[in-house]
Design a binder for this molecule. Structure first.
Ligand SMILES: NC(=O)c1ccc[n+]([C@@H]2O[C@H](COP(=O)([O-])OP(=O)(O)OC[C@H]3O[C@@H](n4cnc5c(N)ncnc54)[C@H](O)[C@@H]3O)[C@@H](O)[C@H]2O)c1
Ligand SMILES: [Zn+2]
Ligand SMILES: [Zn+2]
Length: 352
């Protein structure tokens, strides 16, 4: 089969590799129909995620059809059309049982293994461990493109942004970074009753789009703009926002999030960080703030899928560019130049 293989920082290729085979009886093989590229894949290519080794097939999102199952699979069947969750989970260890599937101990403590610790979904076929738990049947009426947004980005924005940030009725919420993950936080913040959702980015196209995803206001990070002041001005008393969701992954944007919340406020860090970030505890120890960070569990995918099935949420909106498998390098180039290309989510689909 062909797959997108990582060859160290800055290097990748679409090349021939052996087909994956079942390794455990709880494995399944999925023929990928649609996959996509995550901001995290760009971090990997920058060298920010050193656990990813030369030769690894990238990708942790997608929809496909099950072609083979191990003898231990009881739920998933050959022929099922499924969403591939970005987090794998055994559902028997103590972490899985308490919902922290992203730290599945059976998998060595990290549930995000696709395109990280094992081969991923940017391939014609993928081996899925613990397939009964990691594959979600795609209901009729939900498209492959919509489904692929439920592998990672929509649950990530919701769980690590909105739920970790404890967004509640009436809150003023800033979302720093209006990429797919930030837009997912924006799309789902309304379900918790946020009164204002302010998108912050330098990408004018994404800022404009954010208004159709549920943002009420935008802040354009241009020259001479004091983002913290602009966010404070959106709070009713000027003290700052209730919740700042960091969806970029840079020291500066984490700093903006921290500086823009009010006493008692929350920073929900979602961004993957590749360098150390300073935290002024000498200033903030007194402020009764809460800072959360984490890896998505993707346990809310079924709940979000219900919103999609009922027509209350349309994650198909994320898709701005479509490519075929043999155009995957072009898809990466487009996604990496998102501002110029007016790209949000690029999908890569098989043609037959
Ligand atoms: N924690 C998790 O489980 C998890 C899961 C998936 C993705 N992520 C991470 O979430 C982050 C966002 O992912 P994405 O796919 O949306 O990435 P992306 O790169 O498409 O989006 C990032 C956005 O931030 C904007 N940006 C850059 N610098 C900025 C600045 N100084 N101020 C304001 N905006 C700025 C960019 O213009 C872009 O629109 C990434 O760091 C990704 O690795 C985390
Ligand atoms: Zn991701
Ligand atoms: Zn587990």
């Amino acid at each position: 089969m062909k797959a997108l293989v990582y060859h160290g920082p800055g290097s990748k290729s679409w090349e021939d590799v052996p087909d994956p085979v079942l390794q455990d009886e709880t494995d399944a093989i999925v023929r990928v129909e649609t996959t996509t590229i995550c901001g995290t894949d760009l971090h990997i290519l920058k060298g920010d995620v050193p656990a990813v080794v030369d030769g690894r097939i990238l990708g942790h999102e997608g929809v496909g059809v099950v072609t083979e199952i191990g003898a231990g699979c009881t739920q998933v069947k050959v022929g099922d059309r499924v969403i591939i969750s970005c987090v794998s989970k055994c559902m028997t260890c103590s972490y899985c049982l308490q919902g922290l599937t992203s730290h599945c101990q059976t998998l060595g403590g990290i549930g995000w293994i696709f395109g990280h610790l094992i081969d991923g979904t940017q391939a014609e076929l993928v081996r899925v461990p613990f397939a009964d738990h990691g594959l979600i049947p795609l209901p009729d009426g939900v498209s492959a493109e919509q489904g692929a947004m439920l592998s990672d980005i929509l649950p990530t924005g919701y769980e690590i942004g909105v739920l970790n940030g404890a967004v509640k009725e009436g809150d003023v919420v800033a979302v720093i970074g209006a990429g797919p993950v930030g837009l997912s936080a924006i799309m789902t913040a309304a379900t918790r009753g946020a009164s204002k959702v302010i998108a912050v980015d330098s990408n004018k196209f994404r800022l404009e789009e954010s208004l159709t995803f549920g943002a009420t206001d935008t802040v354009d990070v241009g020259a001479g703009v004091d983002v913290v002041e602009a966010l404070r001005a959106h709070s009713s008393d000027g003290l700052g926002v209730d919740v700042a969701i960091e969806a970029v992954g840079l020291p500066a944007t984490f700093g903006t999030a921290l500086d823009s919340i009010r006493p008692g406020g929350h920073v929900a860090n979602v961004g993957v960080h590749g360098e150390s970030v300073s935290f002024p505890l000498e200033r903030d120890w007194i402020n009764n703030i809460t800072i959360t960070t984490g890896l998505v569990n993707a346990t809310t995918a079924p709940e979000l899928l219900e919103e999609v099935t009922a027509g209350r949420m349309d994650p198909g909106k994320f898709v701005t560019h479509r490519f075929t498998f043999d155009q995957v390098i072009e898809a990466y180039d487009t996604f990496a130049r998102a501002a110029d290309e007016h790209a949000i989510k690029v999908v890569i689909s098989r043609t037959e």
